[in-house]
Design a protein around this ligand. Structure first.
Ligand code: TMP
Length: 217
């Protein structure tokens, strides 16, 4: 598909958050809400979402590559994203389906831009090049204290190449996510993910109900 031409009709929603923020549980609940409303939605993830993207993901998360250069990491994220946009995101949006992605480019600003200290300018250059005008319509940020998230992630099992990073890395990630949410309040919806699950669900439900009524559905 030609870059810069966004023939979209469906809604593009992304879900972001630090390690252990509860994205999977949140996404399961979003799936229920959309099904109840009869909305045709495709759930996907980054890095990944396509055959090539999933192969790139396994390189990115593999601790065998602990010494990967920050630029290699940045470019692999965007290589997977280019494939994802071409093969899955734009075709489904054009078909009128909603696309719900577990992470997208806000994660690159947070992890590579801030975590790896590449800076936002270089991320923005590649974002424009790879995505053209494509940006999420709505982004849920699951926010919780870094130490709580890391404790949850550690309990989940073996840590991947990102999860073994220092706390200072995750503090930078969390700070940029919050900064981006503040800078774009019309796109971001911040969910307090430190609450018990029923309360997290309530927050998600009211976000989607507000969106449905805004769209008149
Ligand atoms: P997760 O989403 O399953 O937690 O794992 C994906 C990991 O990849 C997570 O540690 C965040 C990281 N990531 C980036 O560093 N940059 C990105 O652009 C994306 C999409 C993910």
């Amino acid at each position: 598909m030609e870059k810069g031409v966004v023939l979209k009709k469906g809604l593009f929603v992304t879900v972001e958050g630090g390690e252990g923020a509860g994205k999977s549980t949140c996404l399961d609940y979003v799936k229920q809400l959309l099904e109840q409303k009869g909305i045709n939605a495709v759930f996907t993830r980054e890095p990944g979402g396509t055959e090539i993207g999933e192969d790139v993901r396994s390189i990115l998360l593999n601790k065998k590559y602990l010494g990967m250069s920050a630029d290699t990491e940045l470019l692999l994220m965007f290589a997977a994203r280019a494939e994802h946009i071409d093969k899955k995101i734009l075709p489904n949006l054009s078909d009128g389906k909603w696309v719900i992605s577990d992470r997208f480019t806000d994660a690159t600003y947070a992890y590579q831009g801030a975590g790896r200290e590449i800076g936002p300018e270089r991320v923005a250059l590649i974002e424009d090049w790879v995505q053209g005008e494509l940006r999420p319509d709505m982004t849920l940020l699951l926010d919780l204290p870094v130490e709580v998230g890391m404790e949850r992630a550690t309990k989940r099992g073996e840590l991947d190449r990102f999860e073994v990073e220092q706390m200072s890395f995750f503090e930078r990630v969390a700070a940029i996510y919050r900064q981006r949410a503040q800078a774009e309040p019309q796109r971001f919806r911040v969910v307090d993910a430190s609450k018990v699950i029923t309360e997290v669900h309530e927050q998600i439900k009211s976000i989607f109900e507000a969106k449905f009524s805004e769209l008149g559905i």
